[in-house]
Design a protein around this ligand. Structure first.
Ligand SMILES: [Fe+2]
Ligand SMILES: [Fe+2]
Length: 405
């Protein structure tokens, strides 16, 4: 009984942590991580509801992480399940009841069957599964969480318990409230980006979703290489994604006569475009949160270059008008957020189709990035980018501009 009380207290502490997360993906990551640690589960995934479907939204798998450094790519898998009684997740979403199954390959007389799709692509064997609905306080099912393969202290696969089910279900209800809030934040961000898109058609929702995801994945790799503690990496990624998505919102302050001008810009027009990082920094300058601070930092630094030939350079006062473009910042004078988003943004611009250009060949893009290491880009960032290139590709597929990815 004392043990049970202790576990409930632990759960309440975890729930409190969820309220400090802003970004939806960072939140799903934390929810899964905590639910898994709490029940000693090796893997898990979250599906969020869209209409009558459950969209695969997040996954973690410790066993795969050990053998495949780019296993984060599975986070960006795209598949969906119809909400009906034929699948585990669909059944749980439909009925709102949790399900506890000791071995999903041994299901016989049930309406639902286990979908082996993920096991097959990842070469994994799912055994025990606990599936709980994500239900808001209004009683709406917004998704489903599955946690997979509970392990005993000595590493054997065992079944989840009824108590695991009750506690995880309780946790999932609290998590749902946080998920709804974070989803709303993401929508507001995307609306800000739509405003930028009206000015500059290059800044589309897909482009910024890709840049945000590339940025956090490159950062993750870079930070692990630098032995930054896991907890700090998580916190930083929470703000970095949003900040990276907003890298070009400063363009709302540049006239579309200039942004949409066909042909060559006059030197004066070019100077105005070069001021967009500073305009962006102004938008976030009365900093009320670490999110504003980082968004201002990314905006101000995403056109700097490692060798000092970028812009706008050192700006004494971001409010001085007209903006004085100075000598570029060099090397580590450029904050890491700016060094990462610079690469993410350029990579995406080159490899995507844009109104004025065809996509470059992948080979050509990669050769270009390699040749710009230590010139345009921080060599360590370039190295991190290539180390996780499979993940980069998965992100591109998930947020593809083409009709049928
Ligand atoms: Fe920009
Ligand atoms: Fe961009």
């Amino acid at each position: 009984m004392a043990l049970r009380k202790h576990r409930i207290e632990e759960l309440l502490n975890i729930t409190e942590k969820l309220n400090h997360i802003k970004d939806i993906d960072a939140l799903l990551d934390l929810i899964l991580y905590e639910a898994r640690s709490f029940t000693s589960a090796e893997a898990g995934s979250i599906f969020l509801r869209e209409g009558n479907f459950l969209k695969f939204s997040y996954v973690q798998n410790d066993a795969l992480a050990k053998i495949d450094e780019t296993n984060n790519k599975y986070i960006y898998s795209i598949f969906e399940i119809e909400i009906n009684e034929h699948s585990l997740a669909g059944y749980v979403a439909k009925t709102g009841e949790p399900l506890l199954i000791p071995d999903v390959y041994q299901l016989k007389e049930t309406s639902y069957q286990f979908n082996k799709h993920f096991d097959e692509i990842a070469h994994y064997r799912t055994k025990s599964v606990l599936t709980v609905p994500l239900i808001t306080s209004q009683g709406t099912v917004i998704g489903v969480m599955q946690i997979i393969n509970k392990k005993s202290k000595d590493g054997r696969l065992i079944s989840f318990t009824k108590e695991d089910m009750r506690l995880v279900n309780f946790f999932a209800n609290n998590a749902s409230v946080a998920i709804e809030r974070a989803r709303m934040t993401r929508e507001i961000i995307l609306r800000m980006i739509k405003m930028t898109e009206l000015r500059d058609p290059k800044e589309t929702g897909n482009h910024v979703n890709r840049v945000g995801s590339y940025a956090i994945e490159i950062y993750d790799r870079w930070a692990k290489q630098k032995h930054i503690p896991e907890k700090d990496i998580r916190t930083y990624k929470d703000t970095l994604r949003i900040a990276a998505m907003l890298h070009d919102v400063g363009k709302v302050a540049v006239s579309d006569m200039i942004l949409k001008k066909p042909g060559k810009l006059t030197p004066e027009e070019f100077r105005i475009i070069q001021a967009h990082p500073v305009y962006g920094a102004r938008l976030f300058s009365d900093s009320v949160s670490d999110w504003d601070t980082l968004s201002a930092e990314v905006s101000l630094n995403h056109h700097e270059k490692w060798d000092g030939t970028g812009y706008p350079g050192h700006i004494k006062n971001i409010y001085t008008d007209p903006v004085q473009i100075g000598p570029g910042k060099k090397g580590e004078e450029i904050p890491i957020s700016g060094r990462i988003v610079a690469l993410a943004d350029v990579y995406d611009a080159l490899i995507s189709r844009r109104v004025y250009k065809e996509p470059w060949d992948e080979e050509k893009v990669l050769a270009h990035i390699r040749s710009e290491s230590s010139k345009h880009f921080d060599p360590d960032v370039v190295e991190a980018f290539f180390a996780i290139y499979d993940v980069i590709r998965a992100i591109r597929a998930k947020y593809s501009d083409e009709e049928n990815p």
